[in-house]
Design a protein around this ligand. Structure first.
Ligand SMILES: [Zn+2]
Length: 491
């Protein structure tokens, strides 16, 4: 079964619309569905394997034999290359591109390119169709395909090559609560809700778990988001004490979870849209006009640089810059908030977030200050960077050039950087302030700086020491608090 041809979800009765990718020309779609809709069909869901690859994402039915899950090997390989299978008595010969595999009915070993391969359970030949245990795919496919394969056996999800989609979730505002999910690639989950939770089910997307499967937000209305996998799908469940709905961005990379009654503050009211109801289950896909710039909700945006497959600097064999920056960001948020400065941490999990996305979030929030955090093994103490703008790429008409978006705010950025350097110096931490062509500083329209933290001496473990982190983040927070009137009026 290919998703491109298959119906979206076996359990959904016809007539119930599922949040779908918005049609061209519509920027957002609001979907509000009750889980009840999914429960209307009582049939047990068919078990299937989801396969994610650069060539195609697809879903295959699984069959149970001797208490194990089996899948047709030809079906697994067919979307990926030229494949054929030939039965000869109890023997079965597989050909995939130039690779040859020899299988035998009832035998738990096969030969692939002449090498013995353990199948973990018996190979089965049924009506000339070669069936292999799902558990064997993780070991035999790398040999057949000649590349890395990751099998999530429990949840029947198979990742061929580096295809994972990562995500982050953070509260964009606390009251009314708005939880924003950013994805490293476009997604189109089915949305369902029940009292106390909203589920996003990703059947076709190679979504993988964040660093911690449970994300907590410290908000009374929206408390946590949980990641789980089951039967070929990834499911993110948002727990809340209020009704929730999901809003999709036009590029499919952002989903905002908020209360249906509370969106008017940030998103213009929707024009009347088509409404579909099925019994007590209601779906309201209401097209909305382009989202207006979000009103300022946060004074500071703290960006934990790097993340996901971007490790940043490998500080030591056990220490990656992307992990140090998240710890620094959380420490800085605490220091800022204890000084009454509302703060959003832009990357609070191990996700891929592009530099453009980071700048877009900062610009959309109209934060009074954007602070990117970096860590380094070389140099001593702290470096504070402001943008070094390129020449000759000026704004044209009403459009602000992306590469020089920082231009109008550069003076304020330098004010903040100078204040931070002075405060660090006062606390006897070595510090340098300088301009650097460091992205995404150039692309941020408001005041923007980057703070790079190195150990004071040669001891790299200092970078993860909470007291050293706090020594620096408290100095940064004190300087930001001292210049807050210049930077802007806090919300
Ligand atoms: Zn860095």
């Amino acid at each position: 079964m290919r998703w491109t041809r298959a119906s979206r979800s076996a359990g959904v009765p016809s007539g119930v619309r599922i949040a779908s990718r918005p049609p061209r020309g519509r920027l957002t779609i609001v979907a509000f569905i009750l889980l009840f809709a999914l429960l209307l069909s009582g049939a047990a869901p068919e078990k299937h394997l989801s396969v994610y690859s650069v060539a195609a994402n697809y879903s295959l039915p699984l069959v149970q034999r001797d208490g194990r899950e089996y899948v047709g090997l030809i079906e697994v390989l067919e979307p990926l290359g030229t494949v054929s299978g030939k039965a000869d008595g109890l023997r079965w010969r597989l050909r995939y591109n130039n690779v040859v595999g020899e299988f035998q009915h009832g035998k738990s070993h096969a030969r692939i390119q002449g090498l013995d391969s353990d199948l973990h359970a018996k190979f089965l030949l049924e009506n000339k169709r070669g069936l292999v245990p799902v558990a064997a795919l993780g070991s035999i496919l790398p040999r057949i395909l000649g590349g890395p394969v990751t099998l999530h056996e429990e949840s029947a999800r198979l990742f061929i090559g580096s295809v994972a989609t990562h995500f982050t979730a953070s509260l964009a505002s606390a009251d009314p609560p708005r939880l924003v999910f950013h994805f490293s690639a476009p997604v189109n989950p089915t949305i369902s809700t029940e009292p106390g939770s909203l589920h996003m089910t990703f059947n076709r997307e190679p979504l993988v778990a964040p660093a911690s499967p449970t994300l907590t937000f410290g908000n009374r209305a929206i408390s946590t988001a949980n990641y789980g996998e089951n039967n070929g799908a990834a499911v993110v469940t948002v727990s809340a004490s209020i009704p929730l709905m999901a809003t999709f961005s036009s590029d499919g990379r952002t989903i905002t979870i908020s209360s249906p009654g509370a969106t008017s503050q940030n998103i213009p009211p929707s024009p009347p849209g088509p409404q579909v109801t099925t019994g007590t289950a209601a779906t309201v896909p209401a097209p909305t006009p382009p989202a207006a710039p979000v009103s300022r909700r946060y004074f500071a945006i703290v960006d934990a640089s790097h993340g996901g497959s971007d490790y940043g600097e490998t500080l030591s064999t056990a220490l990656l810059e992307k992990d140090v920056t998240v710890a620094l960001a959380r420490s800085l948020r605490q220091e800022l908030e204890s000084r009454g400065i509302t703060t959003l941490v832009l990357r609070d999990s191990d996700a891929n977030v592009s530099l453009d996305q980071r700048a877009l979030v900062a610009n959309a929030n109209h934060a009074a200050i954007y602070i990117a955090l970096h860590a380094a093994s070389s140099g001593h103490g702290v470096r504070v960077y402001t943008s070094l703008l390129p020449f000759g790429d000026d704004d044209r008409g009403p459009f602000r050039s992306w590469t020089t978006a920082q231009h109008a705010s550069l003076q304020l950025s330098r004010t903040a950087a100078t204040a931070i350097a002075a405060e660090l110096q006062r606390r006897q931490i070595p510090v340098r302030a300088m301009g650097a062509p460091l992205r995404p500083l150039n692309n941020v329209t408001g005041p923007a700086i980057a703070v790079e933290v190195a150990p004071q001496g040669s001891d790299l473990s200092q970078l993860l020491a909470p007291d050293y982190q706090q020594l620096i983040t408290s100095a940064v927070a004190t300087a930001i608090a001292a210049t807050r009137d210049q930077l802007g009026v806090a919300p």
